[in-house]
Design a protein around this ligand. Structure first.
Ligand code: FES
Length: 111
């Protein structure tokens, strides 16, 4: 994958260290970037149902597109706040600028 586009840092589970640095173009599904880089985010349903791909966005949430209705239902259901996103549903914004940085912490299942 190219080094152009948005840099996505995936931290360790405790959020203290960067475990994986990914680069993805605007509009990309976070799950596709995670797959390409072998990021330490777990996936199961890949359909915004199970919550295993839950992450906390520590930085750069403005570069993510607004949640779909399905993802919003999970976000609301988890009761963990609006900085939580689901990698199988969340995409980078189509207009996310090259050089932007997103940092996310894997949280795992909410329920
Ligand atoms: S993999 Fe199940 S909610 Fe994302």
């Amino acid at each position: 994958m190219s080094n152009d586009g948005v840099r996505i840092d995936v931290t360790t589970d405790d959020g203290n260290k960067v475990a994986c640095v990914m680069h993805a173009l605007a509009g990309v599904l976070l799950a596709d970037a995670c797959d390409a880089y072998g990021a330490p985010v777990e996936f199961s349903c890949r359909a915004a149902c199970c919550s295993s791909c839950r992450v906390r966005v520590l930085h750069g949430s403005e570069h993510l597109a607004a949640p779909s209705a399905m993802e919003q239902e999970l976000i609301t259901g988890s009761g963990k706040g609006n900085d939580v996103r689901y990698c199988c549903a969340a995409t980078l914004r189509a207009d996310a600028p090259a050089g932007a940085v997103v940092r996310m912490q894997p949280l795992g299942r909410a329920f």
